[in-house]
Design a binder for this molecule. Structure first.
Ligand code: NAD
Length: 438
């Protein structure tokens, strides 16, 4: 029977309780749908069931609690039950990279197997994880192998463009919703699910939708590496990257976003999706050299930053204070964060590391247990030979810089995110080096 309060209500299962799965489940529940979010990780599910998110994401925990109380959202380890109780199943499991750049689709394969063994009637299976073009063809044939012939299903691809740190806002106010479908029924169901969201809805074939997601991430990565390459030219010529980026951004054909020079991109998505795209392009007969260069510039940017530090002080035996570990502000995610690579390089040159991050220290400790973690930025500065800024958290912009100067052994700051104005820093008596600015 139709729900009178939410006439568009659909029963949905979301497989995977990572940042994408939980955000998807919570937001669909907030729109009035009935949602079960499943993960085989018992710890994650039991903490979510208590209203606690296993990662930091603004506003998410509050919405988890609200929707669970309203009985529109449930967390479970039982994929069987979730599939049986739902009409539409979203797959939001991880697609990490293997050493050759190929994405590891094992999690998707396991999810498909589990869905196939639980299905007794029609389902729409929506792939949301980021995958290379033509993966849904493989999903379809894999599912066909596990299903009796009389059970019907549709496959769709609905890429996710949310950014960690503002995931809820992005999900509910997207620039566009892309729906890759091959049947009218799949299209109708997905439009019903997304009906309350006012955004352009682009209906495409499945392969085009898959390609939209990889192309979007590749383009964003290209923009970052491009501005970082220009920042290098600025350093060689005395020009100022902030002014150059401003001048570029006013041009509507270019736009002002993703033109922030720094130590490059990291995180779970851009590096792995770039690798996967390069790999898939090669597999289908296209050598995507441009993206290889985007990747190379990104890694070089970190190397050059370490060289900048080493050019100012001999690293052996020095105490380096690090501010910021997450790959960007407002998240505790340190997956493929530039901080990990930079700290590794500093340590192998003989430096000792003290670090602080407002949210990411628990995650960072799992990867880097052997550095010193501090309670606040001032403890980091205390007796350090220099301060290195790796993430542009807002609170770092509000530091008491006079106090920092007093606490540091030498008043040296290397700013990998350009959060301070060079002139102001020099006026305060710092030796200050940033990216693409003299
Ligand atoms: P994640 O790896 O953090 O979380 C995935 C979750 O799926 C894990 O909790 C894991 O235990 C669970 N899982 C794996 N296999 C399962 C199975 N068979 N049954 C039940 N649970 C299973 O991943 P994420 O960051 O949430 O990203 C998911 C996908 O979305 C990836 O493909 C990613 O590229 C894409 N994406 C991520 C973001 C982002 O900002 N994180 C944004 C857009 C798209």
């Amino acid at each position: 029977m139709a729900n009178t309060r939410y006439p568009h209500q659909v029963k949905i299962a979301v497989i995977g309780a990572g940042p994408v799965g939980v955000t998807t489940a919570v937001c669909f529940a907030s729109l009035g749908h009935k949602v079960i979010c499943v993960d085989y990780d018992h710890e994650k599910i039991s903490s979510l069931a208590k209203g606690k998110t296993p990662f930091y994401e603004p506003n998410l925990a509050k919405l988890v609690k609200l929707n669970c109380q309203a009985e529109r959202l449930k967390f479970s380890n039982n994929i069987n039950e979730a599939v049986k109780d739902s009409l539409v199943i979203f797959i939001a499991v991880g697609t990490p990279t293997q050493s050759n750049g190929e994405p590891d689709l094992t999690y998707i394969k396991n999810a498909i197997k589990a869905i196939g063994s639980a299905m007794t009637d029609y389902k729409l299976i929506v792939e949301k994880s980021t995958v290379p073009v033509m993966t849904c063809d493989w999903i379809k044939s894999t599912l066909n192998r596990y299903l009796p012939k009389n059970i019907k299903f549709d496959i769709a691809y609905n890429p996710e463009f949310l950014r960690e740190g503002c995931a809820v806002r992005d999900f509910l106010n997207p620039d566009r919703i892309v729906l890759g479908v091959e049947t009218e029924k799949a299209k109708r169901l997905l439009l019903k699910i997304y009906q309350p969201i006012k955004a352009p809805k682009l209906i495409t074939d499945i392969r085009s939708a898959e390609l939209i997601k990889h192309s979007a991430n590749a383009f964003l990565a290209t923009k970052i590496s491009f501005i970082n390459a220009i920042a290098n030219i600025c350093e060689l010529t005395g020009a100022d990257i902030e002014k150059v980026a401003l001048g570029l951004g006013f041009d509507k054909r270019i736009g002002p976003y993703f033109l922030k020079a720094g130590i490059g991109f990291g995180g779970f998505c851009l590096p792995k999706d770039l690798k996967a795209f390069i790999h898939q392009a090669k597999k289908i007969g296209y050598n995507f050299r441009m993206l290889q260069e985007v990747e190379r510039i990104n890694i070089t940017q970190r190397e050059q930053f370490v060289k900048k530090i080493a050019g100012q002080l001999k690293l052996k035996g020095k105490q380096i204070g690090i501010l910021g570990l997450s790959f960007k502000p407002n998240t505790d995610d340190v997956r493929s964060a530039p901080s990990i690579d930079i700290i590794k390089r500093l340590k192998s040159a003989g430096a000792k590391i003290k670090a602080y991050d407002p949210k990411a220290m628990v995650q960072a400790k799992k990867i880097m247990p052997d550095i010193q973690y501090c309670e606040n930025p001032y403890e980091v500065a205390q007796e350090s030979d220099c301060l290195v800024i790796l993430t542009e958290w807002k609170i770092f912009q509000k530091l008491d810089l006079r106090k920092i100067k007093r606490l540091l052994k030498k008043p040296i700051i290397f700013d990998g995110r350009n959060i301070f104005a060079p002139e102001k820093m020099r006026r305060l008596g710092f030796i200050y080096q940033s990216i693409g600015r003299l």
